[in-house]
Every structure is written in C-alpha cells, then in structure tokens.
Design a protein around this ligand. Structure first.
Ligand SMILES: CC(C)(COP(=O)(O)OP(=O)(O)OC[C@H]1O[C@@H](n2cnc3c(N)ncnc32)[C@H](O)[C@@H]1OP(=O)(O)O)[C@@H](O)C(=O)NCCC(=O)NCCS
Length: 186
C-alpha cells in the first residue's frame, strides 16, 4: 500500500508551507523558487492563495503546487513545478525551444527524511506531471552538497545534464517524456 499521497494545494495547506520554508535544515540547499512561484514571500494565506490561482489560470496545470501527506493525512512536504519561458537558462542549461518544460523540486519536513518517502513522493509527482500536463521535459536543480536530493531524483528517472558541472552550486537533472515512458515499460 502507498505510504504517500499527493494533492494539489488548498488554501488551508498554506500555513504548513510557510512553516516548511522557515525550517532551516529544509532550506539549507534549496529555496522556494520565489520568482517562479511568485507568492512565497507573503505570509498571508489569502494573498498567496489568490496569487496561486491567478498564476495557475494563466499558466495551466504545469504550474502546480503539491502537498505530500502520509496515509493518515499528516502533511509532510511539498513539491512545486512551473513552466519555463522560451530562452530560460540555468547556467549552461537552456530550455529547448518550443518544448513545454517544467522546473521544480521536492521538500520534506526533516522528521520524515531517510524513510524512502521523498523517493516515493517524487515518483508520484512525476507520474502526475506526465499524466496531466503536456510537458516534454522536467528539470530539477539539486545542490552538489545535497546527495539525498540527487538520489531521490535519480530514482524517479532523472539524469544529470552533462553540459555543466554546477551553477552556483546547483546541478541540473532532466527527465524527458521518452525516458519516462521507457521507465514505465521497462
Ligand atoms: C531531498 C529530500 C526530499 C530527500 O527525501 P528523503 O525522504 O529523505 O529521501 P529518501 O529516504 O527517499 O532517500 C533517497 C535516497 O537518498 C539517500 N540519502 C538520504 N539521505 C542521504 C544523505 N544525507 N546523504 C546521502 N544519501 C542520502 C538514501 O539512502 C536513498 O538512497 P537509496 O534508496 O539508494 O538508499 C529531503 O532530504 C529534503 O526534504 N531535503 C530538504 C529540501 C531539499 O533540499 N530538497 C531538494 C531541493 S533540489
């Protein structure tokens, strides 16, 4: 039986998200994509919620905030993905022209680390994204000092972008729809 479930953000999840982003161990090698997300710096749930809905209406389902829960509904983490604009670069990585490409990550509260829950959650997120969006490519930016993140992404099918060692300490990992399909059939 699955230990984890993912659901799209509701307004009453926002205090949990703000707590997560204020947990120093969680944010040590990560940020909350303030620019891509657009509302993480507000502390007001209603402002954040309205902003999220507006962006989602503009950008479609590829702009998505997930909450991860255990089977008994305890919130344990989040994952966020958003579409990249044409010409977007991350160091030497450049968004392929004309393809829908989503950038994101996953974060769990520290008390839930090292139990395989991040790996399980990330696989659910990847399945959802390829099922519900037209994305051709997903990318994630694990910090070079964050082997747990790199391993979680690797187990979900991501591979390192070979064209760049790191940029401001972050590597880039990619998972395209074709590789994802091969994972499912293999
Ligand atoms: C990254 C994160 C989501 C991993 O979640 P998790 O539930 O602890 O990961 P898992 O238990 O599924 O472990 C995944 C793999 O990483 C390995 N791992 C876990 N912690 C590790 C560590 N500190 N050092 C090295 N490897 C580690 C595990 O052994 C496992 O590999 P295996 O299956 O080959 O044994 C969690 O550490 C986290 O929320 N970190 C803070 C936020 C963050 O940095 N997110 C990534 C942003 S890019």
């Amino acid at each position: 039986m699955a230990r984890i479930k993912i659901s799209e953000l509701s307004e009453d999840d926002l205090p949990f998200l703000f707590d997560l982003w204020h947990t120093p161990e969680v944010m040590k090698y990560a940020d909350e994509f303030p620019k891509l997300r657009g509302w993480s710096k507000t502390e007001k749930p209603e402002v954040a919620w309205n902003h999220y809905q507006t962006r989602r209406a503009d950008l479609g389902k590829g702009y998505v905030q997930f909450i991860l829960r255990t089977a008994d509904d305890t919130r344990i983490g989040e994952s966020f993905f958003a579409p990249l604009e044409e010409g977007y670069t991350f160091g030497k990585w450049r968004k392929p022209d004309g393809l829908v490409c989503l950038l994101g990550d996953i974060k769990l509260m520290p008390s839930f680390w090292r139990q395989g829950l991040g790996s399980e959650g990330m696989r659910l997120v990847v399945d959802w994204l390829f099922d519900h969006t037209p994305a051709s490519l997903l990318i994630v930016p694990p910090h070079r000092k964050n082997p747990a993140a790199e391993r979680v992404y690797e187990k979900a099918g991501f591979v390192l972008f070979p064209g760049m060692k790191s940029w401001y300490g972050h590597k880039v990992m990619e998972l395209d729809r074709e590789r994802y399909g091969a994972r499912l059939s293999g």
